[in-house]
Write a protein that binds this ligand. Structure first.
Ligand code: NAD
Length: 487
């Protein structure tokens, strides 16, 4: 047991693990600093390893039978209580997550953290509403049941850590699984706050655990533990491959929500002002959004008009402190990531790509100018690789066939957007473009019951709605011979 709580943005936040409903420390720690001011150390966070992975998975294994044995409705009571507690603590969680990862505080407060509560409510209700499929064949009455799959490891990235973690943990818990969550080491604090609420909501010990630490240490230990029955991962394709190997070694089903390089295609008949305004939204959160349309691809006939409007909306962005409501552009998460983003821009220059605007750091701190780059060719790195920063590419096309070809020309396939007033044209785009989600004349509108995931190197499997509940369950076919009577 330990309690090394630190005061962050007015809240006492534990930097320790949460295992079996208790705070557990580690012998070593890692520093967590704020991207808003890199001199500001927020906490020395427990650095888990094999010992903590083992403790947490043991807790999840021991808690599993009783949790799995509850009815959906009884589990739903805990999930609803947790959702209510999240809603009651949105401001505190938003303030800490803002300092920890620098997403705009207002956006966290008004939308992102509350989505965590919606995730728990939606899955509690969906799991309870499940009706097993029933049908008769020649000689049997048949049904399909969902069985809770078992202890589940959830590994999440540093962007929107609270929301993305709850998106995965909510269906896992609702399906009857116990969970060990490992948040990313660059923004570990909001998930620790979630655990205080788990305790307050009265969850039984071992049902929902968090371990903190580095991916290569505690993360690797968690995903290679044979007792784990599901792995759910969100992060980069490189780590996804590594975790896929660990999952395959133990024959554990896993889902991976990975990076994106979305096409943002604007036809000449589009509402250009709406499209240009939304294109500038791709710089929000410093471009650290997997679903963003980072390849702006517009019809040649509207190139200049679109660019002029897009530039105007880009210039309206305000770089600043993410706690200030006037700020629209936050800093990048970490100096290492800052160097990575700048590296893409430097290499684009060396490659002969044209910097249309931006292309430099702000000059102090971790802010990077919103940047637009016209590549020398479609093979340029800036078109083909995810930057995960405020750096977009800009290309043109002449006809529909070329637009669709460009949209499909990377290894990614998470999301794409198309802007046109012609619904038949939009439908043709929707049919022919390979992506997990396609938005027509909109962006980032989500229905929690819809499948979510990526094609190509953007991911494996689908989460969302019943797709997630199926993933976190083992499906059982139950066949009863006709004429069998109750004893
Ligand atoms: P990352 O792959 O570096 O890390 C993600 C998580 O994996 C972290 O918690 C990390 O500690 C852990 N990890 C790293 N190595 C591990 C290992 N060997 N074993 C187990 N765990 C390990 O990704 P990141 O830099 O944190 O996040 C950015 C990436 O996430 C981008 O590619 C982005 O597009 C993607 N992302 C995708 C979605 C989506 O829904 N598709 C959402 C958000 C972010």
């Amino acid at each position: 047991m330990s309690d090394h709580r630190v005061l962050i943005a007015g809240s006492e936040v534990s930097p320790d693990h949460f295992i079996n409903n208790q705070r557990v420390s580690s012998e070593s720690t890692f520093e967590d600093r704020s991207p808003l001011d890199w001199n500001l150390k927020l906490a020395d966070v427990a650095r888990g390893g094999a010992r903590e992975a083992d403790l947490a998975i043991t807790a999840a294994v021991e808690a599993f039978p009783a949790w799995a044995g509850l009815s959906h409705q009884d589990r739903g009571v805990f999930l609803h209580r947790l959702a209510d507690l999240i809603d009651a603590n949105v401001e505190k969680i938003a303030a800490v997550e803002c300092l920890d990862m620098a997403m705009l505080e207002e956006s966290l407060r008004l939308r992102v953290i509350g989505r965590g509560a919606r995730n728990f409510r939606a899955y509690a209700d969906l799991a309870s509403a499940y009706h097993s499929r029933k049908w008769d064949s020649n000689t049997t009455h048949n049904s399909v049941f969902r069985m809770p799959a078992g202890p589940t490891v959830v590994i999440t990235p540093w962007n929107a850590p609270f929301m993305l973690s709850t998106w995965k943990c909510a269906p896992a818990l609702a399906a009857g699984n116990t969970v060990v969550l490992k948040p990313a080491e660059w923004s570990p604090l909001s998930c620790s706050m979630l655990m205080d609420l788990v305790l307050e909501a009265g969850f039984p010990p071992g049902v929902f655990n968090v371990v903190q630490g580095l991916g290569s240490e505690v993360g690797a230990a968690l995903v290679s533990d044979e007792r784990v029955r599901r792995i759910s991962f969100t992060g980069s394709p490189a780590t996804g491959k590594y975790i896929g190997v660990a999952a395959a070694t133990n024959l554990v089903p896993f889902t991976a929500e990975l990076g994106g390089k979305g096409a943002f295609v604007v036809y000449e008949d589009a509402d250009l002002e709406a499209a240009a305004q939304k294109a500038a939204v791709m710089y929000d959160d410093a471009g650290q959004v997997c679903l963003a349309g980072t390849r702006i691809i517009v019809q040649e006939s509207i190139r200049d008009e679109f660019l002029e409007r897009f530039r105007r909306h880009t210039e309206a962005h305000v770089m600043g402190d993410s706690r200030d409501p006037a700020t629209t552009l936050s800093p990048l998460i970490h100096p290492t990531h800052f160097e990575r983003v700048d590296g893409f821009v430097q290499r684009a220059r060396q490659n002969g790509d044209t910097i249309l605007w931006g292309g430099e750091p702000r000059g102090e701190g971790l802010w990077y100018q919103p940047t637009l780059i016209a590549p020398k060719s479609n093979d340029s790195e800036i078109v083909q690789s995810e930057v995960f920063g405020p750096v977009l590419s800009f290309q043109t096309f002449t006809d529909e066939a070329e637009a669709i070809k460009l949209a499909n020309s990377t290894k990614y396939g998470l999301s794409s957007m198309v802007w046109t007033e012609d619904s038949a044209k939009a439908d043709r785009f929707g049919e022919q473009v390979r992506a997990g989600t396609i938005w027509v004349n909109c962006f980032l509108i989500r229905d929690l019951t819809a499948p979510f995931g990526g094609c190509g190197i953007s991911g494996i499997g689908r989460e969302g709605g019943d797709y997630a509940l199926d993933f976190y369950s083992d499906l059982k076919t139950y066949q009863v011979k006709e004429g069998t009577t109750h004893g």
